[in-house]
Design a protein around this ligand. Structure first.
Ligand code: APR
Length: 174
């Protein structure tokens, strides 16, 4: 089975060790997938987040999953798109890298991501997908204990962008 999979669906239903939340730097919830995760996890998630004192863009912090099927939630604030000259690419790669490093050090074997920063934060989807796929593939090569990383796309447009990015990445590097 492929260790990197792309699916379309609702991240909050994923039965994996950890799901990743496209959070903001306050870690106090919001809309989009952040809102969906907090609704599904229940109020204890926000209570735990309150004690984390926020999180820097491109970094990640971990909580329990509470009422979610996932055991853990890894919260990572993605960069807000400002035209591409404000270190957005490096910060976005950092979200994936920091989240997977945290997951591996917590003993997680299966992790599911949303498409970080491509909603409210307006990061262009094709560029974001290339960065996400390249970083996830590098981390899968680096962390042999990771069994499977899944990109859970909320709509078909997003899913096509990730499938294109994966085809290009495999074509280049095999
Ligand atoms: N499952 C999977 N993906 C989802 C779900 C869901 N239940 N809900 C939304 N998405 C998708 C969006 O369609 C988009 O492709 O997650 C991707 C990221 O979009 P946002 O949730 O808007 O996240 P982001 O662009 O990183 O903006 C983060 O939005 O919700 C606030 O608090 C959050 O301030 C932060 C900002």
């Amino acid at each position: 089975m492929q260790r990197f999979q792309i699916t379309q669906g609702d991240l909050t239903t994923m039965q994996v060790d950890a799901i990743v939340n496209a959070a903001n730097t306050t870690l106090l919830g919001g809309g989009g997938v952040d809102g969906a995760i907090h609704r599904a996890a229940g109020p204890e998630l926000l209570a735990e987040c309150r004690g984390l004192n926020g999180c820097e863009t491109g970094q990640a912090k971990m909580t329990a999953g509470y009422h979610l099927p996932a055991h853990f939630v890894i919260h990572t604030p993605g960069p807000i798109w400002q035209g591409g000259a404000h270190d957005e690419d490096r910060l976005l790669a950092g979200c994936y890298r920091s989240s997977l490093a945290l997951a591996v050090h917590a003993g997680c074997r299966t992790v599911a991501f949303p498409s970080i920063s491509t909603g409210v934060y307006r990061f262009p989807i094709d560029c974001a997908a290339k960065i996400a796929v390249a970083t996830i593939r590098q981390c899968l090569a680096e962390y042999r204990t990771l069994e499977r990383v899944t990109m859970v796309c909320f709509d078909s447009h997003t899913r096509s962008a990730y499938e294109r990015a994966l085809e290009e990445s495999e074509g280049r590097h095999g």
